[in-house]
Design a protein around this ligand. Structure first.
Ligand code: SAJ
Length: 430
């Protein structure tokens, strides 16, 4: 089933993981049916439009015209697919526990249409054991047997939104099955349109690989944020320290401090492992500590704003503050878990009049924050009692921003500065 070119790939979830995967498979001559519960996403794909920043509409339209790709909300059509890739969100619940409801819903839909010869692959980041403990029972409840009637694997997505170099096709793809037969089927299929496959011995190894990758980032970002808090107290410029450490040609990997940890992966995924280990009576100390420090950074930024205003004999209450960048990282428009939202809420709570400009975010409507983007003009900069750089978008003219701001807090070391004195580590002008 995975050998002939007529095979059909079903992708559940046409987000920043599912849509790029659909394009790569379609361009390799595989027929793709995209499944999404969001009618506007389904319509966009069927109109030949892309709703994902890293995917060009022209690529969607070309595949649509070639009848290589279509989208639907009708999950019954999963039975038409030889391979199904599940790319649904894995958020945290309100109590910071894994919310695998999307994975459950998807696996139930897959089970309804499960038939002999199908390959099912879970790509959503989750705790080790999910594929075997959650998906497998749901699928085998149909009476079909894994490894004989169908194959089941885990293969973590490794999409880095906005990355100009690494894309779905050229990023090595780890894949681990419930059995060796499953892994072989997964490798055979994905090798048809991805450059490098990395088979591992089980779905748990593949699940754990992804969690390690993202925990590695969360912990190192936590380390560098704590280094910033330490440097502050020692009167040392943390950015100078990091640049100097980064000259070490081996054994060091540069991370930079910032306003906090954003995105729907790094702040979230490690907590899937924490939760799993709590059920096994083990405390994942590095994950908890990193989360504690990373969550402290928005408060640190607000303290810097307060300090900048204080130097002008002003209080936060009543101050006009302009935030530059609200996306969780540069050159994208995603605001999920963005620390900018925490900074904004804290400043508003203290009575500040907050406005924002972000070229990628025309309107903020997230976590109870509703604001329209203001134009970035020299008047807007001058009108602010303090300007705060929260996201270092490449298109900002930092010299011009520095020139027209009466006070400037830079949380990303984006503005050119002549001296690297510790008092300029964060407040670069006031
Ligand atoms: N951040 C820092 N300091 C750093 C690096 C990042 O404060 O040195 C912040 C960012 O500003 C952002 C957050 O951490 O708010 C996450 O940044 P990220 O660069 O990890 O970006 P994500 O979450 O979009 O994508 C990551 C992928 N990024 C990289 O590998 C560079 C990758 O780990 C995963 O493929 C992806 O999460 C995922 O989907 O799991």
């Amino acid at each position: 089933m995975t050998e002939n070119s007529s095979s059909t790939l079903g992708i559940i979830g046409l987000g920043y993981v599912g849509l790029p995967l659909a394009i790569e498979a379609g361009q390799a001559g595989i027929n793709v049916i995209g499944f999404d519960v969001n009618p506007s996403v389904v319509k966009a794909v069927n109109d030949g439009d892309s709703h994902i920043q890293d995917v060009l509409s022209v690529d969607v339209e070309k595949l649509r015209k070639e009848r290589r790709i279509e989208a639907t909300s009708d999950m019954a059509r999963l039975s038409e697919c030889d391979v199904v890739s599940i790319c649904v969100p894995t958020p945290l619940s309100k109590t910071r526990d894994p919310d695998v409801s999307y994975i459950l819903a998807a696996s139930e839909s897959v089970a309804e249409g499960l038939h002999k010869g199908q390959l099912i692959v879970l790509e959503s980041t989750t705790y080790p054991g999910t594929t075997r403990e959650v998906l497998l029972p749901t699928l085998e409840a149909t009476g079909l047997k894994v490894g004989e009637d169908f194959n089941l694997c885990f293969s973590p997505e490794r999409v880095d939104p906005g990355n100009p170099t690494w894309h779905t096709r050229n990023t090595p793809k780890v894949i681990g099955g419930i059995s060796e037969e499953c892994t072989k089927a997964g490798v055979a299929f994905y090798s048809r349109f991805l450059d490098t496959l990395v088979p591992v011995s089980s779905s748990e190894v593949a699940e754990m690989t992804k969690i390690l990758e993202n925990t590695f980032r969360a912990v190192n970002i936590g380390l560098v944020n704590e280094t910033a808090l330490i440097a502050e107290r020692l009167g040392v410029d943390v950015w100078e320290v990091i640049e100097a450490a980064n000259t070490k040609p081996f054994g060091f990997m540069k991370f930079t401090p910032g306003p906090g940890l954003g995105g729907h992966c790094i702040p979230v995924d490690p907590h899937y492992l924490s939760w799993k280990m709590r059920t096994l009576n083990y405390k994942t100390r590095f994950i908890e500590l990193a989360s504690e420090i990373n969550s402290e950074m928005p408060y640190f930024v607000v303290d810097k704003v307060r300090e900048a205003l204080n130097r002008k004999k002003m209080s936060v209450n009543g101050a006009k503050i302009l935030l530059l960048g609200v996306a969780y990282k540069r050159d994208i428009g995603d605001v999920r878990e963005s620390p900018a939202l925490d900074v904004l809420k804290l400043l508003v709570e203290d009575g500040a009049e907050v406005r924002y400009h972000d070229p990628y975010v025309p309107r903020l409507d997230e976590e109870g924050v509703i604001l329209d983007c203001v134009d970035l003009t020299d008047e807007a900069l001058r009108a602010a009692d303090t300007v705060v750089i929260l996201t270092d978008h490449s298109q900002f003219d930092y010299e011009w921003i520095l020139k027209h701001s009466s006070a400037l807090v830079d949380t990303r070391h984006a503005t050119p500065r002549d001296n690297v004195g510790p008092d300029q580590s964060w407040i670069v002008k006031n």
